[in-house]
Design a protein around this ligand. Structure first.
Ligand code: NIG
Ligand code: FE
Length: 414
């Protein structure tokens, strides 16, 4: 048996529970001073103060020990929204956007997602694997122990399947919980220009069966946006996806409000993501549902947009989670310290709410709240040891990565 004891922790800071926290409860972070955590075979068995934990350990058993004097432990971060697999980069578009060209204009001109599509279609599976591996390893250094990845840069059957199969390989090979999402409806490919409806039918009829056969994706996502896929098209796609066993996610109300947030709540989606332009009515719908509102502050920041109304969402009772949205277009970053800083400084979350949003609630947004996102018995031993003794330094030491050690499934990765 693999036993690990982390002792002498200045503090443990964690949300608690096996389901997402909403509203005021997001602020309820449990703090254990002089903490200790004991794990067996990758699972947390005991967590609390040294006085609570240490007497329960039987002496004489071989235990690997970490003396975490002066350090603080928080749960491994969860990133529930990334597009980490892609060919090429788009620095020119980044500069053009800074000079005032709107994101949707670039897409309409055959740039944006379609430009990455062209570069991803010609990428070999080996190159895709090694590029993805490097990115995931770097994300692990930021503290992300669970990561969601989307397809969506193939927009044809072969490349979409290639992306999902590559993720399956990465899932096996890396010490990361990788959750796969099929985002075949990320944009209308040139082959279907002006025929988005037919592209949705093609996706349901031709691609879904392959995904189902090989169990390639747990979730299905869609870019529900004016000029991309309508509410009706998104609903048709996601209801069909649910029939094949995939859970729904939606890129909703990112640029203009089309009712994507409300649709997510109506169809019982696991998450509605972006929500910069969500209406008050749809915030209420989300608050009355179990759909997580996944907010992507770095995307709003990079696109110079108003942040999603996070305060209003939490105060209304929504399940709010945070994610990077890492992709080569709207947000070429997976910097966890920046996500946390923007959430607290610009979106007015408390530090406790932000910690819940990037751990337990982010886990709920990928249907992993029962296994990850908190430090408590029964959860995976996914633990970050911070170089500071106070978890508030995650934001106070602004933009700096203070993750010193990452423990994944009870193994010290670095
Ligand atoms: O979540 N908005 C749609 N999809 C991504 C951007 C993808 C890209 O520009 O390559 C997003 O922001
Ligand atoms: Fe996205």
């Amino acid at each position: 048996m693999n036993r690990l004891l982390i002792k002498n922790l200045a503090e443990i800071a964690t949300p608690l529970g096996k389901t997402a926290l909403r509203g005021k409860a997001m602020n309820d972070i449990k703090i254990y001073k002089n903490g200790a955590i004991y794990c067996e075979d990758g699972i947390i068995k005991l967590a609390g103060t040294a006085e609570e934990v240490l007497p329960q350990l039987s002496s004489g058993t071989a235990v690997k020990e970490i003396d975490a004097h002066g350090k603080c432990a928080v749960p491994g971060f969860v990133d529930p929204h990334t597009h980490f697999l892609f060919g090429g980069t788009r620095a020119d578009e980044f500069i053009a956007r800074l000079e005032g060209v709107p994101y949707m204009d670039l897409l309409k001109r055959g740039g944006g997602i379609v430009s990455t599509m062209r570069q991803t279609r010609v990428m070999s599976e080996e190159n895709m694997y090694s590029a993805g591996k490097k990115i995931l390893e770097n994300m692990l250094k930021q503290g992300f122990t669970t990561i969601e990845g989307k397809s969506g840069y193939g927009l044809d059957k072969n490349t979409e399947l290639k992306m999902l199969r590559t993720m399956k390989r990465l899932q096996k090979d890396l010490p990361i919980t990788l959750k796969t999402t099929f985002l075949g409806a990320h944009a209308v490919p040139p082959e279907f220009a002006g025929r988005s409806n037919e592209f949705i039918d093609f996706t349901i009829e031709q691609v879904f069966p392959e995904i189902q056969k090989e169990k390639l994706a747990e979730f299905c996502d869609v870019f529900c946006e004016k000029g991309v896929f309508s509410i009706a098209e998104s609903q048709k796609l996601l209801l069909a996806a649910k029939e094949t066993g995939m859970k729904a996610k939606i890129h909703a109300d990112e640029i203009v409000s089309t009712g994507g947030g409300g649709l997510a709540a109506d169809i019982g989606a696991v998450s509605a993501d972006h929500l910069l332009a969500v209406t008050d009515e749809d915030i209420k719908k989300l608050a009355g549902s179990n759909t997580a509102a996944v907010l992507l502050p770095m995307t709003a920041f990079c696109m110079r947009k108003q942040f999603a109304p996070a305060r209003q969402m939490i105060d209304t009772g929504c399940i709010v989670a945070l994610a990077s949205d890492f992709n080569p277009g709207s947000c070429y970053s997976y910097a966890a310290p920046l996500i946390l800083a923007l959430a607290v400084i610009n979106m007015h979350l408390t530090i406790n709410e932000a910690l819940t949003a990037i751990t337990l609630n982010a886990a709920a947004a990928v249907d992993e709240a029962d296994t990850s996102g908190s430090i408590e018995p029964g959860k995976k031993a996914d633990i970050l040891l911070l170089s500071k003794s106070d978890y508030r330094f995650l934001v106070y030491l602004t933009g700096i990565n203070i993750v010193e050690h990452v423990i994944k499934n009870g193994e010290i990765i670095f």
